[in-house]
Write a protein that binds this ligand. Structure first.
Ligand code: UDP
Length: 235
């Protein structure tokens, strides 16, 4: 499949049309942003890690019965995916307190929850992705009640598959963000990416951070953390 015109350029990826309207090609960049785009930088090699890791995890999820947009890896940075219209919700699952959860509720990071939590935010840059609940999402026409129920079930299923998988790599899956898309027939599939940009990964023995928090918080060793996750996945 060949790259045709560029359809879109986001913060971390470019999307190109192909000859087939049902498929697009995603190209992963090394550009990194944080704090609503206020912090900008480059994480050398990130595009390769995110592309390959995300594809690996999508294949794993497909085997467990989770439909995804993944089609074929073309190269280290480029992948063919099903063309979807993105449901404008960021779906966040948490197993351990961290980040905005810890800040919002005034708790420390590292509290292991008895059950995972889910939250949604409205994917809208102008509004800075405000938090909303499922009723708000239906009221705004972002998705139907049935679609949200489906997304919720898929998100928890994805969490149980990934949590077990990362445990076997001695990594705690602290939290992560998912995005879902709709195929032309209305089927909802997992889209976007699953990578150290979108997940918090802590070494399960030392709690060392192996994800984008090293960039967000200026902890140093950013590239090494992405490489370490890559090594564990492709051991
Ligand atoms: N996340 C993301 N994109 C966003 C916001 C969050 O991928 O725009 C991921 C983030 O990497 C973390 C999880 O979602 O794994 C929960 O993030 P949180 O709400 O704690 O926000 P943050 O502290 O990153 O602002």
């Amino acid at each position: 499949m060949n790259k045709c015109e560029q359809l879109y350029e986001g913060k971390a990826k470019k999307v190109f049309a192909t000859e087939d309207p049902e498929y697009v090609i995603v190209s992963y960049k090394d550009d990194a942003t944080a704090f609503d785009g206020l912090k900008k930088g480059t994480i050398s090699g990130k595009g390769v890690v995110n592309n390959r890791m995300s594809n690996y995890l999508m294949k794993l999820l497909e085997k467990q019965g989770v439909p995804t947009h993944y089609v074929e890896e073309l190269s280290d940075r480029e992948t063919v995916v099903r063309k979807v219209s993105i449901v404008p919700l960021e779906v966040i699952i948490r197993n351990v307190s961290a980040g905005s959860f810890a800040k919002r509720y005034g708790v420390e990071e590292g509290i292991v929850f008895a059950e995972p939590t889910i939250e949604f935010s409205y994917k809208n840059d102008d509004l800075h992705d405000p938090l909303l609940n499922s009723y708000h999402a239906v009221a705004l026409g972002l998705a139907t009640r049935e679609e949200i129920e489906n997304i919720k079930n898929m998100a928890f299923k994805i969490n149980s598959v990934l949590k077990e998988y990362f445990k076997s790599l001695k990594v705690t899956l602290v939290d992560f963000k998912l995005e879902f898309g709709k195929l032309s027939d209305g089927t909802i599939v997992l889209a976007d990416e699953i990578s150290p940009d979108t997940c918090r990964f802590w070494d399960s023995e030392t709690n060392e951070k192996l994800d984008k928090d090293r960039f967000r918080r200026d902890l140093g060793g950013v590239e090494d953390a992405y490489e370490e996750m890559m090594k564990r996945v492709f051991k």
